[in-house]
Design a protein around this ligand. Structure first.
Ligand code: FO1
Length: 317
């Protein structure tokens, strides 16, 4: 099996699987389609948190504790802006700042986000292709019991505390996948599409809300395998399960699989969830889904690929 692989990913959780995939595959044959619904303008800078988390993770630069930003970071800029009475709720490290300055400068010069991301990936020595889901703006907004909030206002400033009643992916209907995204999803040599263990509502939802991407998955001719972000009713990272409950959904791996019905062929779950009742059209594959070590990431990546390869070989019924 040597064909290229596409993975849909959000930030921290998804990036871990992306790193595992990049180590069990030829990195040049891996394409990451990254969520940009979290992107925003902050202190005048264009921030693309999930793209940056994926780039830093693949470049070996990510801070292992936080899962975002750079390791060995210094915070002189934040200290100085705090001293001036500026905004400090969203923390930009000194070295990280350089990336936002450079992205903002290139965007202002008219370059599309996909071209800028490819440039940054090259400069950081990242092997896989990292593509924003679209060059058009899509912004995730949360309808909460405190009113409508922009994603980072909800996620960082308000620490996911307001109860979520509704989610909108503003701009998604009109957003086109970039040419590179369409080429990756339509590559006749494609081996598999993998949906990473990212929040289905906040990270994968915006990607699948882009009509061209959803259609590419719905009309797929290659196996699509999703990896569960929930183990035994607990989110691996972040507010996935609390948000599902707030929206009146069961907080379970089964519910995540159900939300992908029609788009995926197989679902990788932790062995503790393998006895649950999943939609009949989805093949369930058990593999340890908690990624603490690099070996865990490689093993989960291999399990997702094996699930896809097994489907490609299975006789059609
Ligand atoms: N997350 C936080 O919880 N607090 C921060 O101050 C913060 C700053 C930040 C700066 C750059 C960047 O690329 C990511 C950053 N993140 C921060 C992470 C980010 O808000 C979220 O993890 C994602 O948007 C969700 O995937």
């Amino acid at each position: 099996m040597t064909g290229p692989v596409v993975v849909l990913s959000g930030g921290v959780g998804g990036a871990k699987l992306v790193l595992g995939l990049s180590r069990v595959l030829d990195p040049a044959k891996l394409t990451v389609i990254a969520n940009t619904g979290d992107d925003f303008l902050h202190l005048g800078f264009a921030i693309s948190p999930d793209i940056d988390t994926i780039l830093y993770t693949l470049a070996g630069l990510v801070d292992p504790e936080r899962g975002w930003g750079r390791r060995n970071e210094t915070w002189k800029f934040m200290e100085a802006i705090e001293h001036l009475g500026g905004e400090t709720w969203f923390r930009l490290g000194d070295a990280d700042l350089a990336l936002h300055v450079e992205r903002t400068r290139r965007l202002a010069g008219g370059a599309p986000l996909s071209e800028i991301t490819a440039h940054l990936a090259r400069r950081l020595g990242v092997g896989p292709h990292v593509l924003p889901m679209s060059d058009d703006p899509v912004r995730t907004r949360l309808g909460t019991d405190e009113g409508w909030l922009d994603f980072q206002d909800y996620f960082v400033r308000r620490r996911c505390e307001p109860a979520v009643r509704e989610i909108r992916y503003e701009g998604a209907d009109a957003a086109a996948p970039s040419a590179a995204v369409l080429a990756a999803l339509g590559d006749p040599r494609l081996r598999a599409i993998i949906i990473g263990p990212s929040n289905p509502l906040l990270s994968i939802g915006p990607i699948l809300a882009i009509p061209g991407i959803r259609a590419a998955l719905a009309n797929r001719s290659v196996p699509v395998v999703a990896v569960s972000p929930i183990i035994a009713g607990q989110a691996i990272k972040g507010p996935t399960t609390s948000m599902m409950r707030e929206l009146g959904l069961p907080a379970s791996a089964e519910e995540v699989a159900r939300s992908y019905e029609g788009l995926i062929d197989a679902f990788v779950v932790d062995p503790v969830d393998s006895k649950a009742v999943f939609p009949p059209a989805i093949r369930v594959v058990a593999a340890p889904a908690l990624m603490k070590t690099i070996e865990d990431r490689e093993q989960l990546a291999s399990a997702a690929l094996a699930a896809a390869d097994g489907l490609a070989h299975a006789p059609s019924v």
